[in-house]
Design a protein around this ligand. Structure first.
Ligand SMILES: Nc1ncnc2c1ncn2[C@@H]1O[C@H](COP(=O)(O)OP(=O)(O)OP(=O)(O)O)[C@@H](O)[C@H]1O
Length: 254
């Protein structure tokens, strides 16, 4: 069965202008689909549609099922002391399997550790089986270990997102995406654009090793880059966006 099947995908802005239409893509295990095209041609929007973060026309199926059919995690917070009976937080399960890592995470409140706590609590609920504490140390350890191997000091996890550099933010967001060990498809939006060349090569190698490792659920990657060199290093397939649609090239465009 196809891992991710995209058929006749289209997206328009709120005022009705078309960004792209008729996009086709069938993702198989082991694929690293590099997405390229001029600035503003719709690459980020395409990834957001794949992650079910943007409205779209057409069809997306993950392992033969629609994103919605995977359902939602629900977390109930009870705080009777403060008079709050319950607050429900929902997170679509699909987005843990087909995970989008933005180029620059939107300005989030709190620190990366806060974000990781929330993300791993949803993961823990999926595992279920009576864990009293929704978070387990292993959920924290893997992202921290990955980030540390990329030169991220552990104290940066407790700093406000807004006080991290672009390169630190990018590596931490990527370490969370990889280290939660839930993503079967990673959607990477220029994941190394803020990194120096040496760091970029280390991060690239790590991502490709995770794809080839039997210990990681990761099966395929869709990877936006403006670098032809990076496209050649990481890509197995090459999707070019132009003129409001896309086509596949047999080799990376020079
Ligand atoms: N919410 C929105 N409302 C209006 N226009 C939007 C919206 N989101 C994106 N666009 C427009 O859609 C087009 C595609 O944007 P997108 O960010 O997908 O391009 P991109 O190819 O990823 O660009 P870049 O390479 O510069 O990151 C742009 O013209 C952008 O201004």
């Amino acid at each position: 069965m196809d891992l991710l099947a995209v058929h006749d995908l289209g997206c328009t802005t709120e005022d009705g202008s078309q960004i792209f239409s008729g996009v086709e893509l069938t993702l198989h295990e082991g694929d690293v689909v590099v997405v390229q095209g001029k600035s503003g041609c719709g690459k980020t929007t395409f990834l957001k549609c794949l992650a079910h973060l943007n409205l779209y026309s057409g069809h997306i199926l993950f392992c033969g099922k629609t994103p919605k059919s995977y359902g939602t995690f629900l977390r109930l917070l009870l705080n009777l002391n403060r008079g709050i009976e319950s607050v429900t937080i929902g997170a679509p399960i699909y987005r843990t399997k087909v995970a989008y890592v933005p180029q620059r995470p939107p300005l989030l409140p709190g620190s990366p550790r806060d974000f990781l706590a929330t993300a791993s609590s949803f993961k823990a609920r999926r595992k279920g089986k009576g864990r009293k504490d929704a978070r387990s140390s292993e959920d924290f350890e893997h992202p921290l270990k990955i980030a540390s191997s990329w030169g991220i000091d552990s104290q940066l996890w407790d700093r406000e997102w807004t006080n991290l550099s672009g390169g630190e933010t990018q590596r931490i967001a990527l370490a969370i995406g990889l280290g939660l060990d839930t993503a079967e498809v990673l959607l990477l939006d220029e994941p190394t654009s803020a990194l120096d060349q040496d760091s970029c090569l280390i991060v690239e190698r790590h991502i490709l090793d995770a794809l080839n490792s039997s210990e990681n659920p990761l099966k395929a990657i869709v990877w936006i880059t403006h670098s032809p060199e990076q496209a050649s290093r990481v890509g197995t397939r090459f999707l070019q966006f132009t003129g409001g649609s896309s086509y596949e090239e047999p080799s990376p465009p020079v």
